[in-house]
Design a protein around this ligand. Structure first.
Ligand SMILES: O=c1ccn([C@@H]2O[C@H](COP(=O)(O)OP(=O)(O)O[C@H]3O[C@H](CO)[C@@H](O)[C@H](O)[C@H]3O)[C@@H](O)[C@H]2O)c(=O)[nH]1
Ligand SMILES: [Mn+2]
Length: 742
C-alpha cells in the first residue's frame, strides 16, 4: 500500500459567490437600518415598538449567522480511480441500516436499501451489512431472508451490466430492457420477474407472518419486551464467484423498565454487535429508506477519509440528505435542495458538515471517543484515566475488538472478514442486551449520544468538539436518496422532533456553547450549530411578529412607518431584498418560483406549529413533566407525480395544528376590522396612529403563507381542519383578545 503517495484522492474547490454575498449583505444592511430606526425612536412609542425591536433584533442575529455560514462555500471533488492505484487493498466497512416499525417503514423499503448496499462497487469480502430492527418484526426478518435469496441474482446482474441505480424498485420503475442485447433482455426480464415475486412474498408475509423454524424467536414476544435476537441472514464464505457481503439481522433486547434511547440506542448496539463480529475500522450508516443511489459511493467516501495529509481533516464523511420521488414544487418544503446547496457548501468550508444521522461514513475509533492525534494530545484520553470496562462495558470479546481498533494504523491493515460468524452470535447477543450500557460511557463519551431526539447532531458536536473536522460528500448522481415525508401530520411531526432535539442539545451537556469555550469546536462552527439549535426559540419571535400586525389592526395602532414617511424605505427594501435574494437562490438551483414560495410558506408554518411545540416540549421536559420521544416518520412507498392529492396539506386532531389555525383566524379578523374601520372613520396611511399599508400587507402575507390552513377550514376528511382543532383555536383567539385587545 501507499505506493504512489502523490496520487490525489480529493481536491478542494472554492465556489464563486460574489452575487450571493452582495445580496445577503444588502438584506443585512436593511435589517440593521430597521434596528437603528427602532432604537432611535424607542422612547416615543410603547409596547408594540419594543416587541418589534426585539423580534427584529432576533431576525438580524439569525441573518448575520446565516450570512457568515454561507460566506465561503467549498466542495470536494473525489477521484476514486486513484484510490485503486494508491492502495493494494481497501479497508473494511461495516454498513448499518436501522428500522423501527414495519407499519410506518414497510419492509420492502428496508429491503431495497439493503439490496442497494449489498450491490455497491466495493470488494464484497470487505463489507458486512447489519440491519437493526427496533420493531422485532418477523416480517422484517423474513423479508431480509427473501432479499438475500434475490441478492444472489441481483448483485451479479448489477455488476455485470453496470446498473446505475441498484435499489430494484427504483431501477425497475425507470429502466426498460428495450433496444439492448438479447442477453441483457433475458437477464433483465428474469430479474424483474424475480423481484416482483419477492415483493409479493414480502407483502404476503406482512399479513400472515411465518411462525415456525427460524421464526420461533419471534413468537410470543412483544416489540418492547424481548431478549436480543441476532441472526445471520447470509454469510459470505468467500467461496462463490459472485458473492455478496454478509447480512446480519439484529433486534436488541428491550424491557419495559429500561430506557432504550431510540435510534441512538439502536446505533450503539449496531456498533458493538458489528465489533464482535467483523470489527471493520469504518462504518457507514443509513436509515432504512436511504438507498445507495451511486454504486461507487463507498469508493468516493474512502477518498475523503484518506485524501488528506492528516486524518483530523475527516473525522467523518457526511453525504447530504437527498430525496427521491419528491413531489413537484416541494409542497411541504422539506426537500432541502437550496439549503444543502447554499448552507451545506458553506458549512463544508468551515469545520465541516454536521452529522445528519444517515448517509455518513464514520471512523470506528472516533465513534469510540478517540481524539485526533496531535502533538499536544495524549493518545486515547478516554482510555487513559479509566479502566476499559468502565468505559466500554465488560464484554471480553468487545474489549478485545476495541484494543484492535485503537492500535496503530489499523484502518489500512487488511482485516480478515471471512471469519466464522456463527461462533460470534453469543457475544453479539450479550452486547445487544438492554443492561450492557449501565455504568459505562456509552451514550455519553462513547458511541451515539443519547438523551436528545436528534442524536445525530449531538453526536456530531461531540466529535467536532474533540477537534475533528468532517467532510461533505456531494456527488452526481447523488450518493444516497431517501424519503421525505408528505402530508401535514408527518411533516409537522418530523419538524417538531428536530426542533425539540436541537433545543435539548443547546441546553444539554453537549451544548455548542460549552464545546466552543472548553473544547475544540471552532467559533464559526459554533454559529452553524446555533443556527440549528435555536429553531424552537425562533418560533417565539415569529409568533410575536405574526401577531403584531393583527394587534395593530384591532387596536388601531401601527408598528411600521406610513407610506408617505421616509422610513418606509427600510421595510420595503427589506421585503424586496429578502424575497428577491431567496428567490434567486431557488432559480439558480433550477427550482421554480412555486418551489420557492412553498418553502417560504412552509418555513412560516413549521415555525408556528412544530417549532413552537418543540419549545413547549423541551420546557415540559426541563420541568420534569414529560419526556421527549422519537416519533418515527411514516415512509410512503410510492409517490405518484400526477396525483394532486399527495401534494395537498392534510390535518389530524393533533394539537400541533391549533396555533396555525388560530393565527389564520386572528389575521383574517384583523383584516376585516381594520378595513371596516378605515371605511367608516377614514385613516390608514393618510392620518392618525392607526394601521396603514404596512400592517395590511403583513396580515395578507401571513394569510397567504398559511393558505393550506385557509383551505383546511373548507376541506373535507383529512383535508379539513377537525372541529376540535377549530374550537381550541377559537379559544386561543379569545384569550389573545382578552389579554391584549380591550
Ligand atoms: O426507536 C427508534 C426510532 C427510530 N429509528 C430509526 O431511525 C431512523 C430515522 O427515523 P425517521 O423516522 O426516518 O426520522 P427522520 O426525521 O426521517 O430522520 C432524520 O432525523 C433523525 C433525528 O431526528 C436522524 O436520526 C435520522 O438519521 C435523520 O434521517 C429510521 O431508520 C428509524 O428506523 C430506530 O432505529 N429506533
Ligand atoms: Mn427518515
Amino acid at each position: 500500500m501507499a505506493a504512489t503517495a502523490s496520487l490525489q484522492l480529493q481536491e478542494r474547490v472554492h465556489l464563486k459567490n460574489t452575487l450571493q454575498r452582495a445580496s445577503d449583505l444588502i438584506t443585512l444592511f436593511f435589517l440593521i437600518s430597521l434596528l437603528c430606526y427602532r432604537a432611535s425612536s424607542l422612547q416615543s412609542y410603547g409596547f408594540v415598538w419594543l416587541v418589534s425591536f426585539l423580534c427584529e433584533f432576533w431576525f438580524t442575529f439569525i441573518w448575520f449567522i446565516i450570512t457568515s455560514i454561507k460566506w465561503s462555500p467549498v466542495t470536494h471533488k473525489t477521484y476514486p480511480q486513484n484510490l485503486l492505484k494508491k492502495f493494494d487493498e481497501l479497508p473494511a466497512v461495516d454498513v448499518f441500516v436501522t428500522t423501527a416499525d414495519p407499519k410506518l417503514e414497510p419492509p420492502i423499503i428496508t429491503v431495497n436499501t439493503v439490496l442497494s448496499l449489498l450491490a455497491v462497487e466495493y470488494p464484497v469480502e470487505k463489507l458486512a451489512c447489519y440491519v437493526s430492527d427496533d420493531g422485532a418484526s418477523p416480517a422484517t426478518f423474513y423479508s431480509l431472508v427473501q432479499a438475500s435469496n434475490f441478492a444472489k441474482l441481483w448483485v451479479p446482474f448489477c455488476k455485470k451490466y453496470n446498473v446505475r441505480v441498484r435499489a430494484p424498485s427504483v431501477y425497475f420503475s425507470t429502466e426498460s430492457s428495450s433496444s439492448s442485447s438479447p442477453d441483457f433482455t433475458k437477464d433483465w426480464k428474469h430479474a424483474k420477474d424475480e423481484y416482483e415475486m419477492l415483493c409479493q412474498r414480502i407483502e404476503n408475509a406482512c399479513k400472515d407472518v411465518p411462525k415456525t423454524g427460524e421464526f420461533t424467536d419471534f413468537s410470543d414476544i412483544e416489540r418492547g419486551n424481548h431478549p436480543s435476537i441476532v441472526k445471520i441472514v447470509w454469510e459470505n464464505r468467500g467461496n462463490q464467484e459472485d458473492g455478496f457481503p454478509h447480512l446480519i439481522y439484529v433486534s436488541r433486547e428491550k424491557r419495559p423498565e429500561h430506557p432504550h434511547h431510540f435510534k441512538a440506542g439502536a446505533m450503539n448496539v449496531l456498533a458493538r454487535v458489528s465489533a464482535v463480529m467483523t470489527n471493520a475500522p469504518f462504518m457507514l450508516n443509513v436509515d432504512c429508506d436511504m438507498f445507495a443511489n451511486n454504486p461507487e459511493v463507498v469508493l468516493h467516501g474512502m477518498c475523503l477519509l484518506f485524501g488528506f495529509p492528516h486524518e483530523i481533516h475527516s473525522g467523518y464523511v457526511q453525504a447530504p440528505q437527498q430525496f427521491h420521488g419528491g413531489l413537484q414544487d416541494d409542497p411541504f418544503g422539506n426537500q432541502l435542495v437550496v439549503l444543502q446547496r447554499k448552507v451545506g457548501y458553506g458549512i463544508a468550508g468551515l469545520q465541516g458538515p454536521f452529522y445528519a444521522g444517515t448517509g455518513c461514513f464514520h471512523r470506528r475509533k472516533v465513534i469510540y471517543g478517540s481524539p485526533p492525534e496531535l502533538p499536544h494530545n495524549s493518545k486515547h484520553d478516554v482510555l487513559s484515566c479509566k479502566e476499559p470496562q468502565q468505559v466500554f462495558g465488560d464484554s471480553r470479546e468487545f474489549l478485545d475488538s476495541v484494543a484492535h481498533i485503537m492500535s496503530e494504523n489499523i484502518e489500512l491493515r487488511s482485516a480478515n472478514l471471512l471469519i466464522d460468524l456463527s461462533s460470534k452470535i453469543e457475544a453479539a447477543k450479550q452486547v445487544a442486551s438492554c443492561t450492557y450500557e449501565f455504568n459505562t460511557d456509552w451514550g455519553k463519551e462513547v458511541g451515539w449520544v443519547s438523551g436528545s431526539v436528534t442524536e445525530d447532531v449531538e453526536t456530531g458536536i461531540r466529535i467536532q468538539s474533540m477537534g475533528w473536522e468532517s467532510k461533505y460528500l456531494t456527488l452526481d448522481p447523488a450518493p444516497f436518496l431517501g424519503n421525505a415525508p408528505t402530508g401535514g401530520p408527518a411533516s409537522l411531526a418530523q419538524q417538531k422532533r428536530w426542533s425539540t432535539g436541537l433545543l435539548e442539545i443547546l441546553v444539554g451537556p453537549n451544548s455548542p456553547l460549552l464545546a466552543t469555550i472548553h473544547k475544540s469546536l471552532t467559533f464559526r462552527q459554533f454559529l452553524v450549530y446555533i443556527n440549528l439549535n435555536v429553531w424552537a426559540l425562533r418560533s417565539l419571535f415569529e409568533l410575536s411578529y405574526t401577531l403584531l400586525a393583527p394587534y395593530c389592526c384591532l387596536t388601531n395602532s401601527s408598528f411600521l412607518p406610513k407610506v408617505g414617511a421616509a422610513a418606509m424605505v427600510i421595510p420595503l427594501g427589506l421585503l424586496l431584498s429578502y424575497n428577491v435574494g431567496t428567490l434567486m437562490e431557488y432559480l439558480e438551483c433550477g427550482l421554480s418560483v412555486r418551489a420557492w414560495w412553498n418553502n417560504q410558506r412552509m418555513q412560516r408554518i413549521y415555525a408556528l406549529t412544530s417549532w413552537l411545540f418543540g419549545f413547549i416540549g423541551v420546557m415540559l421536559k426541563k420541568m420534569g413533566l414529560s419526556e421527549t420521544i422519537f416519533e418515527v416518520t411514516r415512509k410512503d412507498q410510492s409517490l405518484d407525480e400526477g396525483d394532486v392529492d399527495m401534494r395537498r396539506f392534510t390535518f389530524d386532531s393533533s394539537p400541533v395544528f391549533v396555533p396555525g389555525t388560530a393565527v389564520v383566524l386572528v389575521n383574517v379578523m384583523a383584516l376585516v376590522v381594520g378595513l371596516v374601520r378605515i371605511m367608516v372613520n377614514g385613516g390608514g396611511d393618510e392620518g392618525g396612529d392607526g394601521p396603514g399599508f404596512g400592517e395590511f400587507v403583513c396580515c395578507v402575507w401571513v394569510v397567504l403563507s398559511f393558505w393550506p390552513f385557509v383551505r383546511g377550514f373548507f376541506g373535507k376528511g383529512s383535508y379539513g381542519i377537525p372541529w376540535v382543532t377549530v374550537f381550541k383555536a377559537v379559544a386561543l383567539v379569545l384569550v389573545f383578545l382578552l389579554m391584549f385587545v380591550r
